[in-house]
Design a protein around this ligand. Sequence first.
Ligand code: 5CA
Length: 464
Amino acid sequence: MRLSRYFLPVLKENPAEAQIVSHRLMLRAGMIKQAQAGIYSWLPLGFKVLRKLENIVHEEQIRAGHIPMLMPTLQSADLWRESGRYDDYGEEMLRITDRHGRDMLYGPTNEELITDIFRGHVSSYKDLPLTLYHIQWKFRDEIRPRFGVMRGREFLMKDGYNFDLTKEDALHSYNRHLVSYIRTYERMGLQAIPMRADSGPIGGDDTHEFLVLAETGESEVFYDSKVTDIRLGQREIDYDSHEQCRAVMEEFTSLYARTDETHDEAVFNQIPEERRRSARGIEVGQIFYFGTKYSDPLSATVQGPDGKPVPVHMGSHGIGVSRLIGAIIEASHDDKGIIWPEGVTPFHCGIVNLKQGDAEADAACDKLYSALTAIGLEPLYDDTNERAGGKFATMDLIGLPWRITVGPRGLKNGVVELTSRKTGESVELSPEEAVRKVAEIYAPHHPHLLREEPMAGRSFHTWL
Ligand code: 5CA
C-alpha cells in the first residue's frame, strides 16, 4: 500500500474522550471512529488488524479440530424462551420487533441457536464429538460502554460450542480449548493467564477467564507470581490426546490465579508472601463447561450406544477478538505510539522516502516495495511529500515493527536503514539485505517466506 492512496486519518491531538492509552492510540492512528456509544466503524488500518486476529483465531481453531461456520446476528426470541434465558438475560439484551410483530434480538451469545442447529441435524452418538464455532458480531447493551473497543456494545467475538457424549469427553473439549486459546494469545504476542472465574449468565461450574495483566484492566485479579513464568511456546500438542491436553491444563491452572469473583483470602494466604500478587487484568476470553444446561430444556439428545436417548454434554468458549486489539496496545506501546507484535501488525514494514521526487530515492523505494510484495509481505510506503519528521511520527504512531528509511545520502553508499520500532535501533544494509532481513524476521509467522519460489500474488490469508 502507498500512503498517498490509503485512507489513514491520523489525529495530531489527543482526543479528549479517550481515558486509556489503547483507546487514545486507536483513535489517533485512524483505526476506529465512534459511530454511537460503544459502537465503532473500523477504518482500514483497524480493520486490517481485526482481520489478522481473526486469521490467527481461525488457524488455531482449525488446528484444534474445530469447525468454522457462521450464524446470524439476529435471533428469534422464541428459542431463548425455550431455554428460559429470554427473561433472565435482562437489560443487556437488545430486543427488536419485526414488521409482523415477531420478537427478535441481536445475539449477545449463541448457545440457543447452535443447540437448535445441533438438535435438527445430529441424532447419533457416532457423530460426536463435535465442536462448531464462528466469529461474529455480538451486541450487549452495556450500561457503561467505555475504553473504546475494550467494552463496546457491539463487539466481535469468536464463540465455539462443543457437543460430547460424556462429561469426560466434554472436559477434554474444555482442556483442548484452554490449550488452543493459550497458543492463540501467544501468537498475538500476549500472555493471557487462565484464572478461575464466575460463570455469570452462561452458567455451569467449570470456567476459566483468560486475563492479560494491565493497569487499565477492568478485572481485579489475585495470583501466584510463578504463573507468569509459564509459556506454551512451540510445543507440539496432539489435540486428540486427553492426557496431553489435561497435562497442559494442569500446568497452567494449578497455581493460584483467580478473579475477584472467586478469590479466597484463606487459600491465597498459603502462598509465600513474596509471590502473592494482586493486580488488574483485561479479560480476553472465557471457557465454560455447563453439562446439559441447554441440551436438557432444548431436548438436544443423541441416541447412545445402547439405543437410548442421552442429552449431550456441552461447553462454550469465547475470545473477545475486537477487545484483544485494545489489550495488545495496552501491553505494547510507548509515548510515541503503538508497537505491534510481529504476528498481528497491519503492515509488515514501513518504507519512508526521505526525499520524495528524487529520481534515485523514488526508484529505490519502488524496488524495495516490489521486492517485499513479491515475497508475500505487505509494506506501507510513505510516498507523500510530508517532511521526514512528520513521516517518522506517523510510522511511530501506527506502530509497524520495522521501518526501512531511504534517502539520497545513504543510497550514494549503497545502503538504506532498517529500524526496529521497539528498540529504536537502526542498521545500515543494502536494499537486498534489508529485504532478506525482513523476510527472516517474519519467517516464524509465515514459514513460506524463506522458500526460493516467488510468492507474487499469493496471500497467506488462506482461509479467507
Ligand atoms: N458464550 C460464551 C462463550 S462463547 C460467552 O459469551 N462468553 S463471554 O461472555 O465471556 O464473552 C467472551 C469474551 O467476549 C469475553 O471474554 C470478552 O473478551 C469478550 N467480551 C465480552 N463482553 C464484551 C464487550 N462488551 N466488549 C468487548 N468484548 C467483550
